[in-house]
Design a protein around this ligand. Sequence first.
Ligand code: ADP
Ligand code: MG
Length: 625
Amino acid sequence: MTTKPETKEFQAEVKKLLDIVIHSLYTEKDIFLRELISNSADALEKFRLKQLLEDEVFDKDASLDISISVNDKEHTLTIIDSGIGMTREELEHNLGTIAHSGSKTFLSELGEAQQKDINLIGQFGVGFYAAFMVAKKVRVKSRSYKVDEEGYEWASDGTGSYTVTRESGLHRGTKIILELKDDAHKYADEETIKRIIKKYSNFVSFPINVGGEAINTVQALWTKSKDDIKEEEYTEFYKFIANAFDKPLSHFHFSADAPLAIKSLLFVPGDNMELMGFGRMDPGVSLYCQKVLIEQHSKNILPEWLRFLKGVVDSEDLPLNISRQALQDNALVAKLKKIITTRFLKFLKEQAKNDAEQYEKFWTTFGLFLKEGATTDYTHRNDLAQLLRFESSKSEAGKLISLAEYVERMPEGQDEIYYINGPSREAIETGPYFEVFKRRNVEIIYTMEPIDDFVFTHLSEFDGKKLVSGDRADLKLPEKTEENKEEKDTDSAEELDTPIAQTLAKWMKDVLGDKVKDVAISKRLVDSPAMIVNPDGFFTSSMERVMSATNQEHKIGSKNLEINCSHPLIKGLADMRIKDEEFAKNIVSQIHDNAMIQAGLMIEPRSMVERSYKILERVLGKESA
Ligand code: ADP
Ligand code: MG
């Protein structure tokens, strides 16, 4: 029995999406088949689970597979699955609105940049709507697995609306009929279809029949032994599960029997989509129990900072009937998560040891995620600390060292690890903080990313050694070692007499008022006249910069200004204060502003610029006089 079709409008976003899909010149149209097959496979996976959990299902004995047929006279392509099917409401919701993540991401990434759209179609897959790249009309006949439902046909030419009609006599699952566009007739050819399936859908875990013959390799690669898997198979499998076109950077295939039975295959992708500006990634590892999908792209199986991984975790210890909700606070899942994370970090540590080059590639592409982990994940922070890499004053430019290497070459008498933040190696090495480290030949780590100082503050120590920022006011560097004893600690230039220096510092504090907590006489400056240091030290200047950039409320804590009493500028200032106090005050403010800039902290540019012009004018006035 067939009833009258009912016509409905697509949701506005869907219209927009369809418009792009239909008119795009995207050349890789083949991917439409990947999208439809993956939907069928998802529907079959969902059915397999329902079948285990529910008493009654419709068409109980239908075999679980996907069949594809073509008609080259009528130019049609038909894809049939015996999956979970859709009710009328599901047809309208799933195919009439933007409900799923793939096309949502696509639309939001699309933004204004129309140029980008074409490649994004392939990157994210626009899901079901990809059918309209090759079809002028799409009909979807579906019958839900629920026993007391009926079958419906959904049909559309992709322009503004679709129809829904009741249709009797349908089997469980979904049948999609594409009426191919004139320029897409080639898809009504079995050989073409087979080739595309081999390319994109070879690992679908249900047979895909074309012309009555199963043509994919049905297997759960993660359950096979490593020795039986070829490198290309890993790569193909990665491309399949991650919907990706790149090659994975590496894979980690492991199994365990105790304390939990685990079979897992994880991939590090070739590219970091977040770094490329595609926004925050969704997790990419799915949870299985004996090859039955429990949760796709699970948020629960790995910590958030491992969201860049793709792959599968299969554990037969998981109860099949576990609900999404229950997964979240299931003790077993938490245990799995911990084991897999620990094992993966161990894998990275081994890679770092045995294949440093490969690890460095990983670190430059995904290191930021490990830093995120180090600041958010208490459980794994010690493992993570061992994986961090930085440049340092004793590494060549661009070469990275680990904290362990730093500790290994720490001379006797040094029991802290030093680091300093700056925008670049050059900026750090010419800045005031570096001076004393250079003079005393003490290694210092360069932190050049905004997150780095948060990482070190969270870790607080490594291998029992405190991590200390070089901009601390109370910095106590190790006593001089034998090898650098020769070097003089202070410049040979004469210093101001102590009482004069003390009076000067006190006066400078009065001039600067609330802008500083204190003005102190430096024991560490060599070439610079002054610098900003942090008196009570939880935050480094770099952290303060990040916080005030991201949070309007954040008030920068007050700092100390350290002055170098053997520097000509400071010595001259002592004289100027007596000759022309007003002008000397300008100089104090300028020194402070300059030091703030070197610390990477905000200053008020307008008054700074005005003041510096005043100072310049005076210099020129003197010259020309
Ligand atoms: P996604 O697969 O990312 O969810 P799609 O656009 O590919 O997005 O599909 C939208 C939704 O339509 C799916 O989530 C699913 O609920 C439903 N759907 C699509 N194809 C089928 C199918 N063959 N069987 C059952 N449901 C399907
Ligand atoms: Mg899909």
